[in-house]
Ligand binder design. Structure first.
Ligand SMILES: *Cc1c(COP(=O)(O)O)cnc(C)c1O
Length: 374
């Protein structure tokens, strides 16, 4: 295939392989055909396998939409009447979950913690003790806005000691950082095709406990289209989504998963770590400072502080890199002026080395002092 390969250093969507891209050119297909039902069925089972669940107790329920659709679905579908959800918030994505609670008028408690450090699991004990009506606890595994990785296993243990259900947004860590839905004490994992499995945006999955979905059947119904039980039920009865699935995106996701298993969980993780390491080293060579302390970061996203140089202009740096096939993410982190470099996609150290050559050229051509100053 002769499609330009861009290196996406933004934290999702990610660089995909040509073999994943090629799936978008599959023959037209009606989603009711058994051939397609078989593909989606296998994809759902494979997603449960990536999470190390068994497919008797765990299911993957797919939705057509970007990753946020999962957050919407999980929050509106899993809260019984008269009960509360606790959002353990240490970043932009859990803040989005708080917004969703507000939109649905859900009873929620927000435990807002330091946005520059991982969650201290002990913090949630007191809230759970004081509020026995919390039946649902929600947090984010990898806070993509900062690069912080939370210790979901320890948090989940406390959640389960309080007999609550634990929902984890693992959108930017699933299929990247090894996760085990059982050992990590998670009931529902949220993930999306454009990140860990390096496929196309527009397809998302809630992976979780079948018994809890069954139990949620009679919970208040707050959405028609974005409803976990409804979608699950259609998969059970027809092997299919409630309404038309994004057929080609399903093919691409299936290919992404195939390539995930071909690379292997450990080798993939090693690659992510070495790409991230190369990012840290390249930044150091050019004098850049990072926003989050190294020991508080996961291996997925680095937040880089804007240097203090009269010629620094993020947009110009971005445009210089963009024209050469490298995409940076401009959005500042929690009001701090920073950009982000992710290691999510089908990229390796050679791509990062090439990127830093281009970044250095960008700095020199804009007459920004190298190493950069603060
Ligand atoms: C990417 C991401 C999402 C989903 O964002 P969309 O813009 O809807 O794709 C949700 N949570 C986390 C942690 C993410 O990284």
């Amino acid at each position: 295939m002769n499609i330009k390969r861009n290196i996406l250093l933004n934290p999702g969507p990610a660089t995909t392989t040509d073999t994943v891209k090629a799936q978008l050119m599959a023959p037209d297909m009606c989603h009711r055909e058994q051939d397609f039902v078989d593909v989606i069925e296998k994809l759902r089972k494979d997603l449960v396998k990536i999470a190390h669940g068994n497919d008797k107790d765990y299911v993957a329920v797919l939705f057509s939409g970007s990753g946020t659709i999962n957050m919407d679905v999980a929050l509106n579908s899993l809260l019984p009447d008269g009960k509360k959800v606790l959002i353990v918030n240490n970043g932009a994505y859990s803040s989005r979950a708080v917004d969703i609670c507000k939109y649905y008028g859900l009873s929620y408690i927000e435990l807002k913690l330091d946005f520059t450090a991982p969650i201290e699991p002990g913090n949630i004990k007191e809230v759970l003790n004081d509020n026995p009506d919390i039946t649902l606890v929600y947090t984010t595994h990898h806070e993509t806005g900062s690069g912080i990785l939370n210790d979901i296993r320890s948090i989940g243990k406390i959640v389960h000691e309080h007999q609550a259900v634990f929902v984890v947004d693992a959108t930017s860590s699933f299929a990247l950082v090894p996760l085990d839905i059982v050992k990590d004490n998670v009931d529902f994992l949220l993930a999306s095709a454009q990140k860990g499995i390096a496929a196309m945006p527009g397809l998302s999955f809630v992976i979780g406990r079948r018994d809890l979905i069954e139990l949620s059947k009679d919970y208040p119904k707050r959405s028609y289209y974005c409803h976990l039980y409804r979608q699950y039920h259609h998969f059970e009865v027809d092997g299919e989504m409630q309404f038309t699935p994004p057929v080609q995106l399903v093919y691409a996701a299936a290919q992404g998963v195939k390539e995930y298993f071909a690379e292997g969980e450990n080798d993939k993780y090693k690659r992510i770590v070495r790409v991230n390491q190369a990012i840290h080293e390249g930044l150091k060579r050019l004098g850049f400072k990072e926003y989050i302390k190294r020991e508080n970061q996961g291996p997925l996203v680095v937040s880089v502080l804007y240097p203090n140089d009269i010629n620094w202009d993020f947009k110009k740096v971005h445009d210089f890199c963009y024209e050469r096939g490298f995409i940076l993410f401009p959005r500042p982190v929690g009001g701090v002026l920073a950009f982000r470099l992710g290691s999510l996609g089908a990229i390796d150290v050679g791509d990062i080395d090439n990127f830093f050559k281009v970044l250095k050229d960008a700095l020199l051509s804009l007459k920004i002092e190298v190493p950069v100053r603060y």
